[in-house]
Design a protein around this ligand. Structure first.
Ligand code: GLN
Ligand code: ZN
Length: 754
């Protein structure tokens, strides 16, 4: 009998082995065979850990060399024309993901409201689909050989289509029949593999506000797919929010085996499962997106509540979503404060939680160690609720009067004053902040952290980097300079490290895209600033040039969205605490005569709830937090903000209401379509739409950028337009950045002259 399941497991490896293997492969240090060999080791280790923990339903095909959507593109044969000539295999695969000398990479965007990025399928009328099931079959067989009967994870057809983009204006659902046929063929192949196979169709899109049309496609799809073979047990898996009652009901009328629902981020699901009938419920009760220890006693109560609608035997204890979104294991954390560490649970530890909850819930015989674990869990949860590390009464006092502040003067008046002081030209050129993070730089920071070098040596190293960075920017001829962020390992961690209420892991990596991982800090308690966080390096950079240097901060919403945040306080209150710390920082920067301050809100958009009904509440506190943060800036201080991948259509009014003087945004991969909205609504502030994609090593030509600038001038007046790359340059190499920026400046010059 199946009692528990894991939606998916981190693929990057317990110490980011996959990252290093991929990067070695890309730089030619290892060959394809070696890469495959290392990948297999990682997959087998994942299976082993899950089996050891006592997990019943373990995934295959949750591994990917880059991204599961990209794998699905390959599975369905939906290869965009420009890659058609490349031979099947890794060359094609990585070219689609990363571009090559001749081809632009496919667009990448955020997976629902997470910080994980997927590759966006490109569909057009001429797209044809053919099944390429090799990866799926191989990974299934590999698990079987290892002695495990895995479920096969697939991205479902409705999520695939909903996240695809149409390249020619045709409706992506025109491909529904064609795609479904390929899925059916796949299921037939899978059915031939074994007596009984579980297939998990990830359909997170069903937690969004579906149109009736989408719902019909959904029912139609699972009606058909669930009838392909009686040997297949199909699970439709949802996560990140709740599924409408009528959708649960309609899915229950098909022949699928089970439905996966998220009871952590979709509490509404409790009320929506009345008509789930004879289906199995894969109940996501262990948080797959956060790192706090599960409160097992509370979870058992929740599960009991579910039994009023679903028979106990049909409830499968599971994670709320794939564990891809949490770090791999606590076992490498030997520096964390032991009290804090005791509150945490990463992917590996969550396996044990699932296993224990499942035993307790299904009344299995408990072993001695299970009782010990349960006691430890109860104790840890008690300690977290009552710890003095978490509450700060002085801060509570200050927060009382910190409400409703806004900037002096309206934008129209501020910008006049700013332009007089700053004297930047039209089409002012700048960058988003970071410059290449070289090995030298990483070694410098890590040696300092490990006490291998002194404070002086470290600071000398940082100064040297800033000196070079300023010199290079001057040589390139950029208008507004940055210090390059050499002191920052990460835009959130860096600030977190200087705030009380934060803790840090050594190895808490989470995949962001491809080989890139982030290490979100842990915001566990009340936030207070210890001392100025950025002033020293910004003012140093300023002292090295007569040009204007822009100060760089990370905004409150982004700090929050990219941290693992305490779940014992409302997000709006956490955001306000962060805003107060940043407000103080802006005062300090301003006092140090920094005239432009960029407050990055890279993650503003991704924090949006997936449901419209929850949107207003988020917007309200997020906007308030940003405005409170920058409210200490005087009229003459120019506030910039920056946002990553976004479709701004539905949030344009909110962006405007943030009232930043200049916003730079990431649009290069998405084209100019998404910018039209700024014109349509008469957006009044200044704007720097990224004119080239920094996620690809490709160096755009002067001509390409000239064209792009000219295209932008159709939308924005030159006085309001800034020219910049579309995001920070830290992941690039100097030999990519320098020529690209030189071309950018030359392109601007050309346009200015014409
Ligand atoms: N200032 C940051 C940088 O340049 C912004 C990064 C981001 O938007 N993700 O690195
Ligand atoms: Zn960005």
């Amino acid at each position: 009998m199946i009692k528990n399941s894991i939606v998916g497991f981190p693929r990057i490896g317990q110490q980011r082995e996959l990252k290093f293997a991929l990067e070695a492969f890309w730089s030619g240090k290892i060959d394809a065979d070696e890469l495959q060999k290392q990948a297999k080791e990682l997959r087998l280790r994942n299976l082993e850990y899950q089996e050891d923990a006592g997990i019943d339903l373990i995934s295959s095909n949750d591994f990917s060399f880059y991204d599961g959507m990209l794998d699905t593109i390959v599975l369905l044969g939906a290869i965009p024309q420009r890659f058609a000539k490349l031979s099947d295999g890794l060359e094609l695969y990585f070219a689609m993901a990363r571009g090559d000398e001749k081809r632009v990479a496919m667009e990448m965007t955020k997976w629902f409201n997470t910080n994980y990025h997927y590759i966006v399928p490109e569909l057009s009328k001429s797209t044809r689909f053919t099944l390429n099931s090799r990866k799926i079959i191989e990974e299934f067989k590999e698990a079987k050989e290892f002695g495990i009967n895995p479920k096969i994870n697939l991205i479902g057809p409705i999520t695939f289509l909903s996240l695809s983009k149409s390249m020619d204006g045709s409706n992506v659902y025109e491909h529904f029949d064609a795609i479904l046929k390929v899925y059916e063929q796949l299921l037939e192949q899978i059915a031939a593999l074994d007596e009984k196979v579980f297939i998990q169709f990830d359909e997170p899109v069903i937690v969004t506000d579906l149109s009736n049309k989408q719902k019909n496609y959904l029912f139609n799809a699972y009606e058909k797919l669930s009838q392909v073979s009686p040997k297949l047990n199909l699970i439709v898996s949802s996560y990140f929010d709740y599924v409408d009652e009528d959708v649960v009901e309609a899915l229950s009328n098909t022949k699928i085996w089970g439905i996966g629902l998220d009871f952590v981020y979709g509490k509404e699901n409790f009320d929506n499962i009345k008509n789930i009938k004879d289906k199995y419920l894969i109940a996501g009760v262990v948080d797959g997106r956060n790192i706090w220890k599960n409160d097992i006693n509370a979870t058992l109560k929740l599960l009991d509540k579910i039994t009023s609608n679903v028979q106990k035997e049909r409830i499968i204890v599971s994670t709320s979503c794939s564990l891809l979104h949490v770090p791999y294991s606590l076992k490498y954390e030997d520096k964390l404060d032991s009290e804090v560490k005791d509150w945490l649970s990463f992917a590996l530890e969550k396996l044990d939680e699932i296993s224990l909850i499942s035993k307790l819930f299904h009344n299995d015989v408990l072993l001695e160690k299970d009782n010990i674990s349960l006691n430890a869990n109860t104790k840890a949860n008690h300690s977290r609720k009552n710890s003095s590390k978490i509450h700060n009464s002085a801060l509570q006092e200050r927060l009382k009067s910190f409400t409703g502040q806004k900037r002096e003067l309206p934008f129209e008046e501020r910008i006049k004053i700013q332009k007089e002081i700053l004297k930047y030209p039209s089409l002012a050129t700048t960058t988003i902040g970071s410059f290449p993070q070289t090995d030298d730089l990483r070694n410098l920071r890590s040696n300092f952290k490990k006490n291998k070098i002194s404070q002086e040596e470290y600071e000398e190293g940082i100064k040297k980097y800033i000196d070079e960075c300023i010199k290079i920017q001057e040589e390139i001829g950029l208008d507004i300079l940055v210090h390059g962020e050499p002191e920052r390992n990460d835009m959130v961690e860096y600030f977190g490290e200087q705030l009380n209420g934060y803790a840090f892991t050594q190895n808490g990596w989470v995949q962001s895209y491809g080989s890139r991982c982030v290490k979100p800090p842990l915001l566990f308690g009340d936030i207070t600033r210890i001392k100025p966080m950025s002033v020293k390096w910004i003012t140093y950079a300023k002292s090295r040039t007569s040009k204007i240097v822009k100060g760089m901060l990370t905004g409150p919403v982004t700090i929050l969205n990219w941290s693992f945040v305490r779940d014992d306080l409302a997000k709006k209150d956490v955001a306000k605490q962060l805003a107060l710390a940043l407000n103080d920082e802006i005062t300090d920067l301003q006092n140090a005569n920094i005239k432009i301050i960029q407050v990055d809100e890279a993650a503003f958009k991704e924090g949006y709830p997936l449901r419209k009904s929850k949107k207003d509440e988020y917007e309200k506190w997020a906007l308030e937090a940003f405005k409170l943060s920058v409210s200490s800036a005087k009229a003459q201080t120019q506030i910039h903000t920056h946002m990553c991948y976004s479709n701004f259509n539905d949030i344009i009014r909110t962006i405007e209401a943030m009232d930043a003087d200049v916003i730079s945004i990431e649009t290069a991969r998405a084209g100019n379509k998404i910018l039209k909205i700024f014109k349509e609504v008469g957006y009044k502030q200044e704007i720097g739409p990224g004119i080239y994609d920094i996620h690809s090593p490709r160096i755009p030509s002067i001509e390409e950028m000239t064209n792009q600038i000219n295209a932008l001038l159709e939308i924005f007046p030159k006085e309001k337009l800034w020219i910049n790359p579309d995001c920070g340059l830290k992941t690039r190499k100097w030999n990519e950045v320098v020529p690209a920026l030189k071309n950018l400046v030359k392109a601007v010059k050309k346009v200015r002259e014409s």
